[in-house]
Design a protein around this ligand. Structure first.
Ligand code: SAH
Length: 341
């Protein structure tokens, strides 16, 4: 039986029609689940007993579970157990402008970026759309508040799970449900070019962030194996095409690694690469882990100033959750590590 939260409203309408039910029931179900947070068909009081029977026979609510929460002042980090016993994580962040959640899109990751913990165990499987939706629903329930924005920057490569990620966004967008505006959602990719193209052709205005992390092919290939498949110059061309097609500004993420990619030369090279592009650079202070020798850059200010002087829009990401292993895959791998000891 399929989880009812694994359907976009349109899919649910089609499914219901197949079952001999009226299309509009999809709207009612959406309102019960996402507006009123009622997770039992029996409690959906405007739906007839006969229809409830059909729903119960064909759909279910199965839940991922919160099994651990680590907290500091501005962050809460949630570890979830999936119904097959796998683990993922999500991070809630309190910003001046509201609450955001960083969700996972896969169990593990196959991209194997040298500095990133998420790929240490490879990819186990993709998440279903409902498993991403439930990260949001469970966090909202836990804190008793609504989330304002979502970033897909947790475990996994969203564009390696494209269809389920698009389905998740469609479910979040649905006005009869949560109704979160596309502009409040950001998807981050390591640069899977064909999917960037496909993403640009979708009808919604979701923000796109690209993990660049290096200003030339040599260095980028060392840090990010994906660069050997989709190299930097092709990636920049695709980004240009995306900006032209969508008219949207994109974010360039650049994780600041000590004595690796943080020199003045790197900054100048990056500025040169991005000149004239409708993009802004987000410098990410590296969150150190025991699993590798990368260190946080000591030259973030210099790097920032150099980019600024070259006319590049740049910000430094506020550091969230360093103390609670909140960076990409750290909580899960800590947990899996414990299991493997
Ligand atoms: N696969 C997607 C989303 C994953 S993570 C992507 O590559 O964009 C979101 C961002 O955090 C990526 O830019 C990733 O490179 C970066 N990141 C990974 N490990 C980190 C760490 N320990 N400290 C800081 N940033 C990290």
């Amino acid at each position: 039986m399929n989880n009812i939260m694994n359907y976009t409203k349109l899919e649910l309408e089609n499914e219901l029609v197949q079952l001999g039910e009226k299309k509009f029931k999809a709207t009612q179900i959406y309102e019960w689940i996402y507006k009123h947070r009622i997770f039992s068909f029996k409690e959906m009081s405007n739906i007839s007993n006969k229809s409830i029977e059909v729903l119960e026979k064909n759909f279910q609510f199965d839940w991922i579970k919160i099994i651990n929460v680590e907290e500091d002042k501005l962050t809460k980090k949630f570890l979830f157990e999936l119904t097959d016993g796998e683990h993922i994580e999500a991070v809630l962040m309190y910003h001046d402008y509201g609450l955001s959640v960083c969700v996972s899109s896969q169990v593990g990751c196959n991209m194997h970026c040298a500095f990133c913990e998420s790929g240490r165990f490879g990819k186990k499987r993709n998440l279903e759309a409902y498993e991403i939706v439930e990260q949001i629903l469970l966090i909202e329930k836990y804190i008793g508040q609504k989330i304002d924005s979502i970033v897909m920057m947790g475990i996994g490569e969203p564009f390696d799970n494209f269809d389920n990620v698009v389905k998740f966004i469609t479910i979040m967008n649905e006005p009869k449900g949560i109704g979160m505006g596309s502009r409040h959602i950001t998807v981050s990719t390591c640069g899977i070019i064909p999917k960037i193209k496909e993403f640009g052709e979708l009808p919604f205005q979701v923000n796109l962030a690209i993990s660049l992390h290096a200003p030339n092919n040599d260095l980028r290939s060392k840090l990010m194996p994906i660069n050997k498949v989709y190299n930097l110059s092709k990636l920049i061309d695709e980004i240009k095409a995306y900006i032209t097609k969508t008219g949207r500004r994109i974010t360039i993420e650049y994780v600041m690694l000590n004595a690796v990619n943080d020199s003045k030369e790197c900054a100048l090279e990056l500025a040169n690469l991005l000149k004239g592009l409708n993009a802004y650079v987000n410098l990410i202070p590296y969150n150190e882990t025991n699993a590798n020798d990368f260190e946080k850059s000591k030259s973030i200010d210099m790097f920032y100033d150099t980019l600024k002087k070259q006319g590049i829009n740049v910000t430094v990401r506020r550091e969230f959750g360093g103390k609670i292993s909140a960076a990409c895959g750290q909580l899960r791998s800590k947990y899996e590590g414990d299991l493997n000891d």
